[in-house]
Structures are given as C-alpha cells and as structure tokens.
Design a binder for this molecule. Structure first.
Ligand code: SF4
Length: 648
C-alpha cells in the first residue's frame, strides 16, 4: 500500500498491490474455450488488454478447478414457459469466471435488450452468490441481485447479506436466472435442495408481508432453510420494491433494496425462493492449509482495525451519524442543511444503548462467518422484537432527512419497509420530498408511518410514494429532488463529501454510496485523505473506489472489509491469499483491479445502449447552486472532470 496518499494535488490512488506476484504461469497456461473467447468478445469487445483477459480467465479457474462443491451450474427458470414454468440446469460455460456482481452484470449485458421495459418478459432477474461464498472464508456471504432497473432504467446490481448466498453456493449454483413472464396471475414459490428444484403455484401467499411469509415457509419446510422473497411492494411492481434475504435467525431483514429488483421478481410471478443445503458440505479450497492460514490473517486484520474491529461491532453502521453530522454532511430536511439538531437521539451510540438496555442485541452478524458483526436487534420498550438494528442510511432517511428524531418510530418504519419489501433509502427520501411539497410536516413520524402503510396497501398515494423519490417529486411538483438516474441519494450530502458526489453522479447504478464509498478518504481518513470540501482529487478517488468495489462485489465479500484492506497491506494480501489458496493460482492485485474495470465497462456499455449519455452523469441542479450550511459549499466538481471518471 502506498503510504503517500495525499490531497496535495496528486491523484488519490488506491494501490491494491502490496506484494506483487511475479508469476502468472498458472494463469497464462490456462486456455479459455472458444465459447469463452467468443462470449468475452461479445460483451467486452475485441480491444481488451491482456490484463483483462488474465483476470477473466483467472476467475474462470476459480469456478472450475477446485476440490470441493463446484459452483458450476446456472439454474434458469423460464416463468413464461409453455404450460407453466420451465426449469433448466445448465453449465456456466461462457459465464465461467464471473461471480456476484460480475455475473449478474454479465448476464444482464449479454441477455437483456437494453431498451426493453424492465417489467417485460425480456428482462431477467439474476441472483448470484460471490466467488468465495459457501466456503469458510470470513465475510464471504454477500449475494448480488441484477436486472434492468425499473427505477433507473439502467443496469442494476444490488447486494445483500443474510444466509442465502452461502446456501445457494453450497447447492452448487453460480446463479439463479428468472426469465420470461407467466401468462396468468398465479404466484409461485420455488424450493431448491440437493435433490432438485420444485416450482409450484401458491396463491395463498398473495400480499403476505415478508415476516408472515417466512413463518409460513418455516412451518412448511422447517427451520434449516434460507429464503429469498418479496413483499406486497414487489407484487405491486413498485419501483422501490426490494428483494429480502433471511438472516441467521430466519428473519427477512436483509435486503437488496436499491433500484427496485423486487418489482422485477414480482413481474416474474415469484414470491419466494426457499433454499435448503442440508447434507451438503462447505465448498473446499484447493489448498485447505493455506486457505485456513490466510483466513486467520484476514480475520486478525479485520479485528485489529478501528472501524471493523471496534466501531462497527459496537455501534453498527449508525456510528456514522455523529461523524457525518460533525462533518456538516448529514443531509437534513430534504438536503437543506448538513446538520440535524436531533442527531444525538438517533445516533449509533443511542441506538446501541437502547438495544442493550431492552434485551436486544447491539452486535450481531447477518450471516454465518461474519466477524465484523455490524448488525443488531432492536426491541421495543417492552423488550419485544421491533426490527433488526436499522442501518445508518435507514436511520438517516427516515430520521434527519424527514426531521424525525424518535428512534422507536424510525425502527417501526424500518420494520414496515422490510415487511412490505421496500428500499429504506428510497422510502425515506420520497417521504422527505413529500414533506417538502407540504403533504405532511417535517418531523411528523406518525404521518410517515401512515404513508408506508399506504404503500404496503397499495392506495393511489401509496403507489406514488412507493414508486420512489423521483416520481413523488414529479407528482407533487417539487424541484429539489435528490436523485441521480432516478434513484434517491443516500445519507451523505454530495456538497460536503464531494468524492461521494462524484460516485453518485457517475456510477452506472445511479446515486449509490456503496458503488464508490469516498467517505473513507473524505471523512474517515481511511486509505489516505482527500479534503471533502474541495473538488481536487475527488474524481480519482471515486474512480479507484468504484473499480475496487466492483471487484469486491464479485467475491461475495462484505464491502466493509474495505476499511481494513485499504489501510492494512497485510489484510489486503490475506484477501488475495484467500483467492489464491481457493484456486491454487497467483491472482495479483493488478488482476483484481482489471476485473473491477471489466465489470464497470460491461455496466456502462449496457447503460449507453439503454440511452444514457454523459448528461445523465450529473447531480440535480440545486446541488450546484444552493449552498449547504454549515460549510456553505456547493457541488463544484466540473462536468468535464466527471466525464473523465471512466477514462483509465
Ligand atoms: S459486517 Fe454487517 S453487513 Fe457485513 S456481513 Fe457482517 S453483519 Fe452483514
């Protein structure tokens, strides 16, 4: 890791190359199949560097040359098959080498017409575990959901924690692909175990909330399952609908929320996918001893870093509330100011104290193998389960952005979002926009709860709010609508965290903090420092983070490992060692970087074909003209600079 990461005018560079391998023998000796070459050319074009080739082929080997359960099958379910849904299990073939986000984006780029309607039979929903999921590697249980987004109109990858990633990987599936569209109105459940796949119509599940739905699944299949489901919002095809994933306690509390993937699952008529990996072993690495050793070093690195070893476990992601508020970048009252007077009532410290006092849990892992354990359990004042620990972005969206400082009401809003199957960020921002329009007053928590119920019930007003912040702004004639590519901005004011402003503007995903989390260097001083209030260095910061994130999102690793791997060379090396011990290869940091670029290129190309231009890589005008207190700054990264983000 380069120690000289500065904001002194030099580009910020994440050098993911602490111990460069000098041997690619294993990689270049592997010959891709003609199918692979053809496929890669079809999505990447012919002018690819040998580095990209090597990265693709290296990961091809990951999926095909190891000792344990091979994640070498694709499960395709054509929901529009003649006479009912048709199941096909096929080899990964041309998609070998792609996992998690890389796989979802590869399938969408290759198989979905970019101009199609997101709710039509031409769109697909791809659910893919990461490359290391299903193994004993710590933190490897994230799962990616990809589609053409009903919210943005562009390509979408939204990822989630929970148990399904590990279980699906152990079942041997690199991805589930839902395609087509049923003719009738039947609602389907899908059950997958080691004996096969069953798809059955079950209209008794119609309009069930996620919590009731999972109780029904437990009654039917027992409690050794993991579930992927949608709530009523997904069935109603709303733009803010999420896909829910059960956690270790079988609560549907982890969500792929961004971009409306739940609506695409709803358009396929699929209510729930139940997974059971009983009787199946962990995926085995090629070199178990090295894998174990690398995992030990990796875990030690996570535990010793201040963010991953102390702050996140103790206070959850909402530890950021006080930090962002102090930085003057905590968007309040629909992005009118950067500080919130009620922050102490809804901070991570307050939240954790309430959880502990009421017999909930302030430290909890969303899947087996998580050692950071940033999640938790939030009980009501009588000690009964109210929701999982609401995340920083949720607390902010339903809290400061709407002027609400009541933690119990925010937890209730979180529960309702999870139960109806809604993205908490999109919902909070949509309500903030509705408040700006005068539909209800800022601070009206009960009014916000009523609105979410209306979304869940599908009233006309509820359907407007459930279609997201952009639609809500249009319907109510609001000019100040904080969205990019139709997706609501998360909990960091782009004028006060300018690196994130660049990410919001340019990510193929629309406004998404996780796509290039510049809070690291802008605010937390992790992996270097770039002054958050100045435009200098922000493009480079965002670019490098977007590249690194695209690669991490493909491994199945939780993005929060980034804090430790950006700061600690030996922890990053341990991650590479994990990949290499799994495959027996010499996967280098350069390969990781090239892999991330490859993923972004696929996504950008899809969006261009879907009609996006550089004018879509911009923040709404008011961020450039309206100063945000307390720093009284505007977003002043120039358009021409934004256009350079993907020029590497
Ligand atoms: S750190 Fe948090 S989000 Fe990441 S896997 Fe663990 S509990 Fe889930």
């Amino acid at each position: 890791m380069d120690p000289a990461l500065t904001s002194n005018g030099k580009p910020f560079i994440i050098k993911l190359n602490p111990k460069k391998s000098n041997s690619h023998k294993n990689l270049i000796s592997i010959k891709p199949s003609p199918d692979q070459v053809q496929f890669k050319r079809s999505i990447l074009g012919n002018r690819q560097s040998s580095k990209v080739d090597r990265a693709v082929y290296a990961v091809f080997i990951i999926n095909n040359h190891h000792g344990g359960i091979a994640m070498d099958k694709l499960l395709r379910i054509d929901m529009g098959g003649e006479g009912g849904p048709k199941v096909a299990v096929e080899p990964v073939d041309g998609y070998a080498g792609f996992g998690g986000r890389a796989l979802t984006s590869a399938v969408i780029s290759k198989e979905v017409p970019p101009a199609c309607h997101p709710l039509s039979k031409f769109n697909k929903l791809v659910i893919a575990p990461g490359l290391l999921s299903g193994s004993v590697a710590a933190m490897s249980g994230r799962i990616s959901v990809g589609c053409k987004s009903p919210l943005t109109g562009g390509i979408k990858e939204s990822n989630s924690g929970g148990q399904p990633s590990q279980v699906l990987a152990r079942l041997g599936y690199a991805a589930i692909i839902l395609e087509g569209k049923p003719d009738g109105k039947d609602l389907y459940s899908i059950f997958i175990d080691k004996t096969g796949v069953k798809v059955a119509a079950d209209n008794s599940l119609r309009m069930l909330g996620n919590y009731d739905l999972i109780e029904k699944m437990k009654e039917k299949y027992g409690d050794k399952i993991a579930c992927i489901s949608i709530g009523p919002a997904g069935e109603m095809l709303l733009g803010a609908a999420s896909v829910a994933f059960t956690d270790m306690e079988l609560r549907p509390a982890r969500h792929a929320g961004r971009g409306g993937p739940g609506a695409v699952m709803g358009s396929k008529g699929v209510k729930v996918i139940v997974l059971d990996d009983s009787g199946l072993p962990m995926r085995e690495p090629r070199d178990p001893a090295k894998y174990k050793e690398a995992n030990k070093t990796f875990v030690e690195g996570l535990r010793k870093h201040g963010v991953t070893g102390q702050a996140l476990p103790a206070y959850g992601t909402n530890v950021l509330a006080n930090i962002l508020n102090e930085a003057g970048a905590y968007p309040t009252y629909n992005f009118k100011q950067g500080t919130f007077t009620g922050v102490s009532k809804i901070s991570g410290e307050t939240e954790a104290a309430l959880e502990t006092e009421r017999g909930g849990m302030a430290t909890h892992g969303c899947h087996r193998g998580c050692v950071i354990r940033c999640s938790g359990v939030y009980n009501d004042k009588d000690g009964h389960y109210l929701s999982k620990q609401p995340e920083y972005e949720t607390v902010w969206a339903h809290g400061a952005d709407c002027g609400i400082d009541n933690m119990d009401k925010i937890a209730m809003l979180d529960f309702l979002d999870d139960n109806y199957g809604l993205d908490t960020i999109e919902m909070g921002v949509a309500i903030g926009v509705a408040m700006e329009a005068g539909l209800l007053k800022f601070g009206d928590a009960d009014g916000a709860i009523d609105l979410i119920h209306q979304v869940g019930k599908g009233t006309p007003l509820g359907r407007i709010i459930g279609s997201g912040a952009a639609v809500t702004g249009k319907v109510f004639g609001v000019e100040r609508v904080p969205v990019v590519k139709g997706q609501a901005m998360p909990a960091y004011d782009p004028r006060g965290v300018k690196g994130l402003g660049v990410t919001y503007a340019t990510s193929p995903m629309g406004a998404d903090h996780t796509a290039g989390y510049a809070t690291t260097a802008n605010i937390l001083k992790v992996g270097g420092y770039v002054d958050p209030l100045k435009p200098l260095g922000q493009v480079e910061l965002s670019r490098n983070l977007q590249v690194a994130t695209a690669a991490i999102d493909s491994t199945g690793m939780c993005l929060f490992i980034a804090f430790a791997i950006l700061d600690q060379p030996e922890t990053f090396q341990a991650l590479l060692d994990l990949l290499n011990a799994f495959t027996g290869l010499s996967f280098t940091a350069d390969d990781v970087t090239e892999y991330g670029k490859m993923v972004l290129k696929m996504e950008r190309d899809f969006n261009i074909k879907a009609g996006f231009t550089k004018e879509h890589d911009r923040l709404p005008g008011f961020f450039k003209t309206e100063q945000v207190p307390p720093h009284n700054v505007v977003f002043d990264v120039k358009d021409e600079e934004l256009d350079q983000v993907f020029n590497w």
